[in-house]
Design a protein around this ligand. Structure first.
Ligand SMILES: [Zn+2]
Ligand SMILES: [Zn+2]
Length: 479
């Protein structure tokens, strides 16, 4: 769709994006064709104003020294809840039975809402930066778990249209002093809640949620539409596709190549023991042995520990998916009728990587709108990571990531086709199982599902062989 068509569409009437008249007008006004517009900006309507600085979007947008127009809104969080999470984690309950752990997890999420001083709030990026800048300026005067609320930020910023805020240090100090007693009271309350929750005083029992319950109009409309459109419609990807059409990532500053690297600090033996204890609650970490190595960069658990900007330690193991080529001759022939690309994939497996190799994928998703986590093969990630060193983020240039995604178009299409095929086959075999549950003999159940399939896809040949093949694929892929 052209920008005008997107703007007039029923689904985007109250949204914003690089296509909106307002954005296009701003780019003309600032004389640039480079735009950095994020999802939160695209998801809020064009008349939105920041609750801190009261500026409208047209006053928030500003030009960077590099000539990029910034249109950014951020979700501002109270970091006190992070302190609570860290305290809960320190208690550790990996030795408890599953059911008790679940009850405790429910108590923790309920407690979190009583701990935070303000709810997560959308504010403009300048106001969000002002919170960080004021805390940096106050240094050790202010508790590092303290966050200024939106109303408190408003007391020390000096907003002006189309530029970042000046901050008033004396006003910020006064606001912190005023908030301090209530903040310290919350910290004391957090300690008390952590003790009580860890003692089991707030456990919440709940049964499993019943399959098929919680029907709503949107879920029913979605089921009808996805049945009618078929597995290859990408109906479940509408939000991603709209985001890809709306946001713009020129001047994305994260992981910029050539940034001076800080001195590498390896963890001490004590640091490493602390990291391992903290990570015991993470399933990928706990299920990887001491001799684990990242499948991409081959670094050990110890070598992936990295000092974060805030001074804490970052170390995590995460999962990605790898795919096998389709080698079964019948599958190849039947599937190439649906997918004309040069690559056909037949199965997927999980593999584990370090947080820094996973970060390359996250960067790709940020840099190239519409990209998902399956955009790279292990070999692509290895090539992108280049020279790898312990305790350090991989230095990958954004341009190299953009190029690698563009080069992988056939691969990305093959992954997409694999998921569509898998979904279609599994849905059909589920339909057969549901019919059997309702009392139909297996052969009859298959025939019924086949007839319903033909009704939905009138162009399909009456090919019972394809149906039986698809059902077999459903069983295989569900495994
Ligand atoms: Zn603001
Ligand atoms: Zn790695």
């Amino acid at each position: 769709m052209s920008d005008d068509e997107v703007e007039q569409h029923v689904l985007t009437r109250v949204l914003d994006g690089r296509w909106s008249t307002q954005t296009r007008e701003l780019m003309r006004q600032f004389g640039t064709d480079r735009l950095d517009l994020n999802d939160a900006w695209a998801d809020s309507w064009q008349g939105w104003h920041c609750p801190c600085c009261q500026r409208l979007k047209g006053e928030i947008a500003r030009l960077t020294v590099e000539g990029v127009l910034l249109c950014r809104i951020d979700m501002h969080h109270d970091h006190l809840t992070e302190l609570a999470k860290a305290m809960f984690r320190a208690a550790g309950d990996q030795d408890l039975p599953d059911e008790v752990r679940k009850r405790r997890a429910r108590a923790r999420s309920a407690a979190a809402s009583l701990i935070e001083r303000f709810a997560p709030t959308l504010i403009c990026e300048d106001c969000n930066n002002a919170d960080a800048d004021m805390k940096a300026a106050l240094g050790s005067e202010v508790d590092r778990h303290f966050s200024f609320s939106p109303a408190e930020i408003a007391t020390f910023i000096r907003p002006a249209p189309n530029c970042s805020h000046d901050i008033d240090l004396a006003a910020g100090r006064a606001t912190w002093q005023k908030a301090r007693p209530a903040f310290e009271d919350r910290v004391a309350f957090t300690r008390l809640m952590v003790e009580r929750v860890d003692a089991g005083s707030h456990d919440v029992e709940a049964g499993p949620s019943a399959f098929g319950m919680n029907r709503t109009d949107p879920t029913m409309l979605y089921d009808l539409a996805s049945r009618a459109a078929g597995a290859r419609s990408r109906l479940g990807k509408m939000v991603d596709l709209l985001s890809a059409r709306s946001r713009s990532t020129h001047g994305n500053q994260s992981n910029r190549g050539g940034r001076p690297q800080r001195k590498v600090v390896p963890p001490t033996a004590d640091d490493f023991r602390g990291i391992c204890t903290r990570n015991a609650a993470s399933a990928p970490w706990a299920s990887s042995g001491e001799d684990w190595r990242c499948e991409i960069c081959e670094r050990s658990k110890f070598e992936i520990c990295r000092k974060s900007n805030k001074g804490g330690w970052t170390a995590a193991i995460q999962y990605l998916q790898r795919f096998d080529d389709e080698i079964d001759p019948e599958n190849q022939v039947r599937r190439s009728r649906e997918h004309g690309g040069p690559i056909l994939l037949g199965a997927h497996h999980r593999y584990s990587v370090c947080q820094d190799c996973r970060h390359v994928v996250t960067e790709a998703i940020k840099l190239v709108p519409g990209t998902d986590e399956h955009c790279f093969r292990p070999a692509d990630l290895r090539a992108l990571s280049g020279e790898v060193s312990p305790h350090r983020l991989h230095a990958v240039a954004p341009e190299a990531i953009r190029d690698a995604v563009a080069t992988n178009a056939d691969w990305i299409a093959a992954v997409r086709d694999y998921w569509a095929h898998r979904q279609e086959a599994i849905h059909l075999s589920c339909d057969v199982r549901i019919a059997v549950t309702k009392g139909w003999p297996p052969m009859e159940a298959r025939r019924l599902v086949f007839e319903a399939y033909l009704d939905r896809h009138p162009d399909t040949d009456r090919d019972l062989g394809r149906m039986i093949w698809l059902l077999g694929e459903g069983e295989r892929l569900a495994d």
